[in-house]
Design a protein around this ligand. Structure first.
Ligand code: C2E
Ligand code: CA
Ligand code: CA
Length: 283
């Protein structure tokens, strides 16, 4: 039997940006805190497929956190990460996400078997990167039983070079165990090339601002091409995020980008919608 992740149907995405929620209200540092949200089980995860462009196979899913706030409704990270960072709660949030994402990945594999995505990508915030986070990650794997090769950490390029450099040895010890590492938002931060030579990386994710501009701006197109060539020379895999149209997907394929993520392919999904979608199309 061939073991192959399920492919997305061609109708799975939407060729427009979903209407954003009302962003007027932000959680402030002194408000009801993320620590209480964790204690009260108010955090939720969505999973957005990361697709191999050539055959639309869902090779991975990225875990994206939401807060089901008792009075403000479902909040996206832009509405509570500032307060969580100021309150020092990001490592707590990252720990919760790691555990839940590993547990959910076991459930996805249980439901879909061979048709399941190969791995789950989890974002690690800069405050967590500044700590010794190896225990945080290995405990999540040990407690849930998820094999290390099924987890990939996404590091925000916005973290400063000092933090990323000091995180280097911790990342190396995790990659030795089989955990993958991706550099997120490539091109959006200072794009310090020292990241690429110093860190034990497997993938880069090209920031969505360049994907958004690549069909109208020759410069953005050139940056996507340059980042892709650079990554391939370094034997890193390249994913593009924020893919909102078929035209962008085709242009990325022409450049040689292998993986894509964005509303055109699929929005972030609740777990049951993800397994239903992939279960319906899997082999
Ligand atoms: P990110 O890691 O770059 O995640 C991608 C963001 O782009 C997500 O926003 C996703 O919903 C959105 N997105 C997906 N497809 C498209 C598209 O086609 N067009 C556009 N314009 N946007 C798209 P979200 O979920 O609001 O997350 C925002 C940021 O918050 C993430 O950016 C990441 O840096 C952070 N974040 C999200 N979840 C977590 C988490 O569990 N832990 C940590 N530490 N950070 C997280
Ligand atoms: Ca990410
Ligand atoms: Ca990103």
């Amino acid at each position: 039997m061939t073991c192959r992740p399920a492919a997305l149907p061609t109708t799975s995405g939407v060729d427009h940006v979903p209407t954003p929620p009302n962003h007027a209200v932000h959680v402030r540092a002194g408000d009801r805190s993320v620590a209480r949200a964790v204690a009260n089980d108010e955090l939720r995860l969505r999973y957005q497929p990361i697709v191999r462009i050539q055959d639309r196979a869902v090779m991975a899913v990225e875990a994206l956190v939401r807060w089901q706030h008792p009075t403000l409704g479902l909040l996206t990270p832009d509405r509570f990460f500032d307060a969580a960072t100021r309150n020092g709660h990001m490592p707590l949030l990252d720990r919760w996400v790691l555990h839940r994402a590993c547990r959910d990945m076991i459930a996805i594999r249980g439901a879909l078997g061979c048709a399941a995505p190969v791995r789950v990508n989890v974002n690690i915030s800069a405050p967590t990167l500044a700590t010794d986070f190896t225990g945080l990650v290995t405990t999540a794997l040990e407690r849930t039983g998820l094999p290390a090769r099924r987890l990939r950490l996404e590091l925000c390029e916005g973290a400063d070079l000092d933090t990323l450099t000091r995180a280097g040895p911790h990342l190396e010890s995790l990659t030795r165990r089989g955990i993958g590492v991706a550099l997120d938002d490539m091109g959006a931060g200072s794009t310090d090339l020292r990241y690429l030579s110093r860190l034990a990386l497997h993938d880069i994710k090209i920031d969505k601002q360049f994907v958004a501009g690549m069909l109208s701006s020759q410069r953005d197109h050139a940056i996507v091409t340059l980042l892709t060539d650079l990554a391939h020379r370094l034997r890193l895999r390249v994913a593009a995020e924020g893919v909102e149209t078929a035209e962008q997907l085709a242009a990325l394929a022409r450049i040689g980008v292998s993986y894509a993520q964005g509303y055109h392919l699929a929005p972030p999904l609740v777990l049951s919608d993800l397994t239903d979608t992939l279960g319906a199309t899997g082999t």
